[in-house]
Write a protein that binds this ligand. Structure first.
Ligand code: DOR
Ligand code: ZN
Length: 345
């Protein structure tokens, strides 16, 4: 098979940032994806429906008039979130989901939820509305090893949360472990997960052996190869709980290549090609449409996109940098300088 036509995919987990960075990275996603769930961890975060609506306007104003790209907005759950505001945002079609960052778990998450007991009223409202809760599924307890933080979150936080809120629907964002795969399979229709290209293509050896690679550092951090294999088996099964979410998260080179580097991989320009490579290597290209284009909309209760994209086999070198406002503010894409086996026609 040298070409592959899919329903146009959607990105169910994307960081678009704001200002000059937004203007620079938006075209890479809008060229390929039909819709994208836009993360709210701006500085300051997007916490109200009005802020999400204003952010959506800033995104839309940068799209060409004939663009079919649709940003799906989220708000960032805080201890002070107002259930009424979230309901109004959902009913009015401004909001698609609510994002839970445990306070301190990752980039710009300091305003996140301190204890879930404080947001019980919001979670009850989400249950009633059928509105998804998107979780950054890692505990922040300093005693828990960074490689165990996802598995411990599922056990100690998410399982009890689902028991307390029996109708709550949850997306485990950027799943990285076999425990997350098992958790999704144990809650069909109720818990889904997004999987990034880097967690399918790479493991922690790629990050650390032969020298630390700051551009492969993201959160949750890359795990051991057995987890990578479990993720590959899950996504290439075509099962409905697993769907595309790049977690493309641009940071400038100088914020990645420094003593305390930021977490995040910029994959937007090449993500679909990388997923195709993973499915190709697993002899499962026939399941890419389910993962990339069908399972996500089904979970969110939306129709699949009606138009298509075609991938073709071709050797393409990934550019080394994308300049934002000039050479001093470049972003280095995931797999920069490497050769990919697929391109989008
Ligand atoms: O690697 C990551 N980068 N993980 C996250 O959870 C946040 C993201 C970002 O915003 O940079
Ligand atoms: Zn993210």
């Amino acid at each position: 098979m040298d070409t592959l036509t899919l329903h146009r995919p959607d990105d169910w987990h994307l960081h678009l940032r704001d200002g000059a960075m937004l203007a620079a990275v938006l075209p890479d996603s809008a060229a390929i994806m039909g819709r994208a769930v836009v993360m709210p961890n701006l500085v300051p975060p997007v916490v109200t429906t009005a802020q999400a609506a204003a952010y959506r306007e800033r995104i839309r104003s940068l799209l060409p008039p004939d663009s079919r790209f649709e940003p799906l907005m989220t708000v960032y759950l805080t201890d002070q979130s107002d259930p009424q505001d979230i309901e109004a945002g959902y009913v009015d079609g401004v909001l698609s989901a609510v994002k839970l960052y445990p306070a301190g778990a990752t980039t710009n998450s300091d305003a996140g939820v301190t204890t879930l007991g404080r947001v019980g009223r919001v979670l009850e409202r989400l249950e009633r509305l059928g509105m998804p809760l998107l979780v950054h599924g890692e505990v922040t307890d300093p005693d828990i090893d960074i490689f165990d933080r996802e598995a411990v979150f599922l056990d100690r936080v998410l399982a009890p949360l689902l028991a307390r809120h029996p109708a709550l629907r949850v997306v485990v964002e950027h799943a990285t472990t076999s425990q997350a795969v098992d958790f999704v399979r144990a809650h069909p229709g109720r818990v889904g997960c997004t999987v990034t290209p880097q967690h399918l293509l790479l493991n922690r050896n790629d990050l650390l052996v032969g020298g630390i690679k700051p551009h492969l550092y993201c959160l949750p951090v890359l795990k051991r190869a057995a987890h990578q294999q479990a993720l590959i088996a899950a996504v290439t099964s075509g099962e409905p709980g697993f769907f595309l979410g790049t977690d493309s998260a641009p940071h400038t080179v100088h914020r990645k290549e420094t003593a305390v580097g930021c977490a995040g991989c910029y994959s937007a320009p090449i993500a679909l090609q990388l997923y195709a490579q993973v499915f190709d290597q697993a002899h499962a290209l026939d399941k890419l449409d389910a993962f990339a284009s069908l399972n996500g909309p089904a979970f969110y209760g939306l129709p699949a996109n009606r138009d298509t994209v075609t991938l073709e086999r071709a050797w393409v070198v990934v550019p080394n940098r994308l300049e934002i406002t000039g050479p001093a503010s470049a972003v280095r894409p995931l797999m920069a300088g490497q050769t990919l086996a697929w391109r989008v026609r």
